[in-house]
Each structure stands twice: as structure tokens, then as C-alpha cells.
Design a protein around this ligand. Structure first.
Ligand SMILES: Cc1cc2nc3c(=O)[nH]c(=O)nc-3n(C[C@H](O)[C@H](O)[C@H](O)COP(=O)(O)OP(=O)(O)OC[C@H]3O[C@@H](n4cnc5c(N)ncnc54)[C@H](O)[C@@H]3O)c2cc1C
Length: 472
């Protein structure tokens, strides 16, 4: 697949321009389905509801895709933001397997949408989930669950193979997802909005929903300039939902994640990173990939409050230098950030809050496949009675702790990054110690072999001397 000629993400400054000009809702409206929020989740559910014959209005408080949905790294892979072993522990093996296949269906939805409508939006294939510690046994057990039990397309890579394509001793084993892929995130979200409109969805921008009365068969949705009535209302507002879903808002910890695009790095990048897909570490700290042939798109820092993304240029430069010191000084051309809602249990919020009031939110760091899956699933649930959303019921709405939760969330994030750095350092120390031990053993074996051959030679010489000297 062709690589995009320009880089694939937009700066914050570029946001308002794409698809600007959608109207504000200024008149009262009656529809079957009202979707609150014009990110990936809202757009997918709106599009799928319209494709299933409903009249649909989508109300977006700002512009379509202005937040995380237009500013991610474009990695589409199956799974959720929680380890598969946690999933099995929580819901049991069979339900975990079904949840996994739903997450794969979300990735397939994105691929099918892109390949049918805008194949140039897909850029590269493959993703590597790399371990920063030497945890071969754990990887083998995950591979077994994913590959053999869940039927996922995965391969285990030994550290040598990983280090062939990523020249750093910081990474050990990896799980390769050959069918994961990368998309141009901004093109995808705006393309999805256009497809939804072609299917009949009416999108209103600059239309924040300030109140919802969910009682009764026809629910009332209030915006500053108009009212709307709908049989089904879908809350797809992520961490911004605000007054429209106060209780819901308190169940999400807002996490701002920041990303940067480097200046072109030329040959030095080709000598250092040859893997063309996405690289994600198992601790969820670094996530990067090559774009435009010789630039790095890299995301890492997170905060639980909003900050200016440019403040994190230095931190990202340092992360790159830590992983790939041979790249030397790397210039950062652009920085940006987006906020996603993180739930306490790490799984997305997908389901029915009360009859006719639905939620698709809390997608965390892995929102591309999961928001697509949730959109399709909830549209089918509302209109066709598909009740697989109940698989998500064990992950109920848990209070995220308010301001204290943000402080604790930040502290935990910092601590787990420190712990991961310490575990990585320990793993590298062990690896060096093992290499030293191996060298010592080889030297010892060599010394023993030399000594043995010397004593054999001495024995041969002694035997020679003891032979009787016969006369000619
Ligand atoms: C830097 C970064 C990199 C990432 N990289 C990846 C990646 O590579 N792969 C991956 O799978 N995921 C990635 N993610 C996560 C992914 O981007 C998100 O999980 C996903 O985009 C969330 O989509 P959403 O529709 O729920 O939220 P949003 O994109 O936030 O959309 C919600 C919309 O709802 C609107 N809204 C909220 N409240 C109201 C209201 N009351 N009235 C009207 N409108 C309202 C908001 O204005 C907003 O536009 C990344 C995230 C970040 C920040």
C-alpha cells in the first residue's frame, strides 16, 4: 500500500479547516436516533443506524474529529486496553473469546470501510507489541491464548528477530500482528463523516448537548439553540460529555496523551528501524511508527490535566534518544495531543443505560477497532435487537474518583512508568550478566580443552619415552 505523501496527522491548528462548514442545529427536529458526539464512536454508530434504515441526527459540540479521533497514531489492531488474561479472569474463557472476536470485527470494519471507499487512507501493515523485559514465558502463554484458543493471527518473535528490525537492546521478545494496519487518522474520521452523510445522517457541528431528558418513549435533547426528540439517544461524547451525561462523566478519568512528528531523519532512520508497521510496548508507554519514509511519529507522555502539547517535545525527544541513541539529535517538527476517557477497569463503556439511552465511550488508548465495533454493535442493538452488548455488562460504570482520581491516576501512571523503566534496566542487566557468564564459561571450556590436550600430549610423550629402544 502506498505511503501518504504528506504526514498523516494534523496539528491542532489545522483542525477547524477539515470539513468545516457543517450547520449548527437552529431548529427543532424529530428523529429516530440522536447521537451525541462526532468522534469515531459517534460517527460509526450514526452511519450504521442510518444504513439500517433509521433517521439519524448527530450533534457535535465542536467540529467532527477535533479531538482524539483526528489526532491518534492510526494503528488498528484487535484487542482492548487490558491484558487478555485479565479479561479471562473477569468474564471467563468463552465470553473473553467472544469479546476478542468482537474486537477483531472492529478492526475488520475499519479495514473494509477504508478499502472500499478510500484505499489510499491505509498506509502500512503489521504491528509489533514489544516487551521491555525478558518475559519469554509470559509471551508464550499469551501467544497460546491468542493464537490457539482465540484463533487470532499472531506470531511470536524472539529478541534477535525484534532487534534485527529495531536496533535497540531495550526490546526483547514481541508479538507480531501481521494483519494489524495503519491508517491516516484525519482522512479516516472525515471520510467516515462523509460516508455517514451519504447514508442519510444529518451532522450538526458547534451544537453542544446541554441536557437530556431520557424519560418516556421520545427522549428530549436540549442544545443552546434548539431541541430534538428521538426514540434512541446514544452518548458518544468521550471524556467531554459534560452536562449531557454527568454521571457518565464521573466514571471516566480524562487522560491527555501527546504525540510528535520528527523532522526527516534520512538514512539514520533506515539503519535503525526497518519495521514499517506500528511498535507498541507492552507497558503502554511508547507507541511509534515511520511515516513519510524517514520521519518518526511517536506518542508517549500522558497527563490527567490539559497541557500545551509543545511542552512535551523535549520529553518525546528524550524517549527517542533512550530507545535509539544512534539517531543522535532528533528535531521535532510538530506536537499535538488528544484526550481519551479511561475507565477504572480499562474496558470500554458499551451498552444500554436505560431503555433507549445508550453509551459508547471510554475507549482509552485503543479506540480505533473498539469504537468501530461499538458503533456497529449498538446500531444493531437499537434497530435489530442484537443483544451482544450484554457481554460488556460485567464492566459496569465505576466512579473514577473525581479530582482525587486524577491525582492518583497521574501518580499511578508515573509509578508504573518508573517501575517499567526499572524492570527494563534489570532485564538488560540480567541479559548483560548472562552474556558475561557465557563468555566466562566459553573461556573456561577453552582453558580446560587446552589443558586436556596438553596433558594428552604429555602422556603421549611419556609413553613414547617408556617404549623399549630396540637395536637395529
Ligand atoms: C495521541 C493519541 C494517539 C492515539 N493513537 C491510537 C492508535 O494508534 N490506535 C487506537 O486504536 N487508538 C488510539 N488512540 C485512542 C483513540 O484516538 C480514541 O480512543 C478514540 O478516538 C476515541 O473516540 P471517541 O469517538 O470516543 O472520542 P472523541 O474523538 O473525543 O469524540 C467525542 C466527541 O464528542 C463530542 N462531544 C462530547 N460531549 C458532547 C456534548 N455534550 N455535545 C455534543 N458533542 C459532544 C466532542 O466534542 C468530541 O468531538 C490515541 C489517542 C491519542 C490521544
Amino acid at each position: 500500500m502506498a505511503q501518504s505523501a504528506t504526514h498523516e496527522t494534523g496539528s491542532e491548528a489545522g483542525d477547524a479547516s477539515a470539513d468545516a462548514g457543517r450547520p449548527r442545529l437552529t431548529f427543532d427536529l424529530d428523529v429516530d436516533v440522536c447521537v451525541v458526539g462526532g468522534g469515531l464512536a459517534g460517527l460509526t454508530v450514526a452511519r450504521e443506524a442510518a444504513r439500517n434504515g433509521a433517521s439519524v441526527a448527530l450533534l457535535e459540540g465542536r467540529q467532527v474529529g477535533w479531538n482524539a479521533s483526528g489526532h491518534h497514531l492510526g494503528t488498528v489492531m484487535p484487542g482492548y486496553g487490558v491484558p487478555v488474561s485479565d479479561l479471562i479472569a473477569r468474564v471467563g474463557f468463552d465470553n473473553a473469546r467472544e469479546l476478542w472476536s468482537l474486537s477483531q470485527a472492529g478492526a475488520d470494519y475499519v479495514r473494509a470501510t477504508v478499502m472500499t471507499n478510500a484505499p489510499e487512507t491505509a498506509v502500512t501493515d503489521g504491528a509489533l507489541e514489544v516487551s521491555t523485559v525478558d518475559a519469554g514465558d509470559e509471551i508464550i502463554s499469551r501467544l497460546q491464548t491468542l493464537g490457539e484458543d482465540f484463533g487470532a493471527d499472531v506470531e511470536g518473535w524472539q529478541a534477535d528477530r525484534v532487534r534485527d528490525v529495531l536496533k535497540t537492546r531495550r526490546y526483547f521478545h514481541a508479538i507480531h500482528y501481521p494483519k494489524a494496519f495503519q491508517i491516516d487518522g484525519r482522512k479516516y474520521v472525515h471520510g467516515l463523516a462523509s460516508l455517514a452523510e451519504q447514508d442519510g445522517v444529518r451532522i450538526f457541528e458547534n451544537t453542544p448537548v446541554v441536557n437530556i431528558d431520557p424519560a418516556g418513549v421520545r427522549k428530549r435533547v436540549v442544545t443552546p439553540s434548539a431541541r430534538l426528540r428521538a426514540s434512541q439517544v446514544v452518548l458518544a461524547g468521550n471524556a467531554h460529555i459534560g452536562a449531557a451525561g454527568v454521571r457518565l462523566a464521573t466514571t471516566l478519568l480524562p487522560v491527555w496523551r501527546y504525540a510528535a512528528l520528527t523532522a526527516p531523519l534520512g538514512e539514520r532512520l533506515a539503519e535503525t528501524v526497518t519495521f514499517q508497521g506500528s511498535v507498541i510496548d507492552t507497558d503502554g508507554i511508547d507507541h511509534f511508527r515511520i511515516v513519510d519514509g524517514d520521519r518518526l511519529l511517536w506518542s508517549s507522555p500522558e497527563t490527567t490535566w490539559q497541557a500545551n502539547p509543545s511542552r512535551f517535545a523535549k520529553a518525546i525527544r528524550q524517549r527517542i534518544a533512550t530507545m535509539f541513541p544512534q539517531l543522535g539529535r532528533v528535531e521535532i517538527a510538530e506536537t499535538w495531543g488528544g484526550v481519551f476517557g479511561q475507565t477504572v477497569h480499562g474496558m470500554p463503556q458499551i451498552g444500554q443505560l436505560r431503555p433507549g439511552l445508550w453509551v459508547v465511550s471510554g475507549f482509552g488508548r485503543q479506540g480505533l477497532n473498539t469504537s468501530a465495533m461499538a458503533g456497529e454493535l449498538i446500531a444493531r442493538s437499537m434497530l435489530l435487537g442484537d443483544d451482544r452488548w450484554k457481554l460488556f455488562s460485567p464492566f459496569e460504570l465505576v466512579w473514577a474518583g473525581g479530582t482525587a482520581g486524577r491525582v492518583v491516576g497521574h501518580a499511578i501512571g508515573k509509578l508504573s512508568r518508573q517501575q517499567s523503566a526499572a524492570a527494563g534496566a534489570l532485564a538488560r542487566y540480567r541479559e548483560r550478566a548472562a552474556a558475561r557468564e557465557q563468555t566466562r564459561e566459553l573461556a573456561h571450556e577453552k582453558r580446560v580443552a587446552v589443558a586436556q590436550s596438553r596433558s594428552a600430549a604429555a602422556a603421549r610423550r611419556a609413553a613414547e619415552l617408556q617404549k623399549p629402544h630396540g637395536r637395529p
